[in-house]
Ligand binder design. Structure first.
Ligand SMILES: CC(C)(COP(=O)(O)OP(=O)(O)OC[C@H]1O[C@@H](n2cnc3c(N)ncnc32)[C@H](O)[C@@H]1OP(=O)(O)O)[C@@H](O)C(=O)NCCC(=O)NCCS
Length: 190
């Protein structure tokens, strides 16, 4: 089995993998996300299954898994909000520490950019914790710029988050089912 990282959409039945990645991310990087391990860990399995299945089947969601061989090592979730089809949000971006610096987060981001562009979305939006160097650099290098003033990461938190936006070109075309993108650092989006 190849050790090249790959990025693809989650299958509807893969909720255990999604749950384990998400809880692992919240445990490993507690200051990177609006949610917390304490909030997410009590969720029953049925809720994880419902959440992933709904997202994996929805045209307005893009739950992504990054894999190396048969190991799931990263995730991201794109979502076009019901209230505004012009904007897609990027959530839950995380790569396991031992696989960082190989272009995997950039490949996850590129997959969301392709998908959102094909859906006719005008810009991507996300929140990043102020002072989170690697995440801030990831998004800046991808072309995101700050939007608005920093806000508390969570109600009452001393940590602050910065909203960032990326305008999308209208010329992006839908990726064909057969297309396999060769992305930076050898990460393939399939
Ligand atoms: C932020 C994170 C997702 C980056 O993942 P990654 O797979 O290592 O990132 P990549 O290898 O794709 O790097 C993408 C860009 O970010 C930059 N970057 C990533 N990690 C960096 C670091 N530690 N220091 C400096 N730059 C870094 C890279 O230089 C690269 O830009 P370049 O290739 O144009 O120079 C990862 O560190 C992570 O999971 N952190 C904890 C969770 C988190 O902060 N998530 C973001 C929530 S908003």
């Amino acid at each position: 089995m190849s050790d090249s990282p790959t990025v693809r959409r989650f299958e509807p039945h893969e909720w255990r993998t999604y749950r384990d990645l998400r809880l692992g991310a919240l445990e490993e990087s507690p200051d990177a996300f609006g949610s917390t391990l304490a909030l997410e860990i009590p969720r029953p399995d049925a809720e994880w299954a419902r959440r992933l299945e709904a997202g994996a089947r929805s045209p307005t969601d893009l739950p992504l898994v990054a894999r190396v061989g048969d190991r799931a090592i990263g995730l991201a979730w794109g979502r076009i909000q019901d209230t505004d089809a012009q904007v897609a949000h990027v959530f839950q971006v995380w790569v396991a520490p031992e696989h960082r610096g190989r272009g995997i987060a950039r490949a996850l981001l590129n997959a969301v950019i392709d998908w959102a562009g094909a859906a006719g979305v005008q810009y991507l939006a996300l929140d990043v914790t102020c002072g989170d160097g690697p995440a801030m650099r990831l998004y800046s290098r991808a072309g995101f710029s700050p939007s608005g003033d920093p806000q508390p990461l969570r109600p009452g938190s001393r940590l602050m988050k910065q909203s960032m936006r990326l305008p999308l070109s209208r010329e992006v075309t839908a990726p064909s089912a057969e297309r396999t993108l060769q992305l930076n650092s050898g990460v393939r989006a399939t």
